[in-house]
Design a protein around this ligand. Structure first.
Ligand code: MG
Length: 254
């Protein structure tokens, strides 16, 4: 069941989502050669404390940290560790979730560390681009499949593939609500888009195969061919026949 949000509820969702955007902007300068993913997670968790939000992922299905930090061929759900050190040339995907007054925020970025391969930089740009292509289709009168299809078409036209096993989602008083928001699909399919819909759109894009497997730790998701992947996620709302990106509050460059 899809829970459409009222204007008052959308107002409540602004803060936890703004903090998601803030922390993704804040952490950027720390994603450098030599930092561990443990350190990055710690900085994020401390930031959340200062802003009076709870880390939504910590404890979620037993996940042990505030942020999922996934390097290179790891697509999502990387567990931060003192043993994982970021290196020049890496892609570092950071996914964070927040809770404030019972309302959730969710967003992710992939950061390129130092001098990355040109093709990797293209992958990051294309993943972001696919999100915005999808967003153009988020409008009353369209269907959800129009958004999914636009994301897929953009990424594939750039020569990349869309991860299929993980998708975006509705969000509100729960981290994951209906509907599921796949990053692939057919136009004119799926639910009709309506005002009050709040969803996290999150293309996960790979340089090689779209097939993935889960590591033995039960969390980390990697591409089967070990090709690099990127992730770009914002929580967005469709209301008053317009789209608003809740995780990119006005004036923030993230
Ligand atoms: Mg999400």
């Amino acid at each position: 069941m899809i829970k459409l949000k009222s204007e008052r509820e959308i107002d409540e969702m602004r803060y936890p989502n703004a903090v998601v955007g803030e922390v993704l902007a804040y952490i950027k300068e720390y994603v450098v050669d030599g930092v561990t993913t443990y350190d990055l997670n710690k900085l994020i968790e401390e930031y959340f404390k200062r802003r009076n939000v709870l880390p939504a992922f910590k404890g979620y299905a037993g996940f042990p940290a505030a942020a999922c930090i996934s390097l290179n061929e790891m697509v999502v759900h990387g567990i931060p560790s003192k043993k994982i050190m970021v290196k020049n040339g890496d892609l570092v995907s950071i996914d964070v979730g927040t809770i404030h007054n019972g309302w959730y925020g969710d967003g992710a970025r992939t950061y390129a560390v130092g001098n990355v391969d040109e093709k990797l930089a293209e992958l990051v740009e294309s993943t972001k681009g696919s999100f915005f292509e999808g967003l153009k289709n988020l409008k009353v009168g369209n269907r959800l499949g129009d958004v999914s299809h636009a994301i897929q078409s953009f990424a594939e036209s750039n020569g990349f593939s869309i991860i299929r096993d993980y998708v975006g989602h509705g969000i509100g008083r729960n981290l994951h609500e209906d509907p599921q928001v796949p990053n692939f699909g057919k136009p004119f399919s799926g639910i009709p888009l309506m005002n009050g819909l709040v969803i996290a759109i999150e293309p996960m894009v790979s340089m090689g195969t779209w097939k993935v497997k889960v590591l033995d730790d039960g969390w980390g998701v990697v591409t089967l061919d070990n090709s690099a992947s990127a992730h770009y996620e914002n929580t967005v709302v469709l209301h008053n026949n317009e789209v608003e990106i809740l995780t990119i509050p006005e004036g923030l460059d993230v």
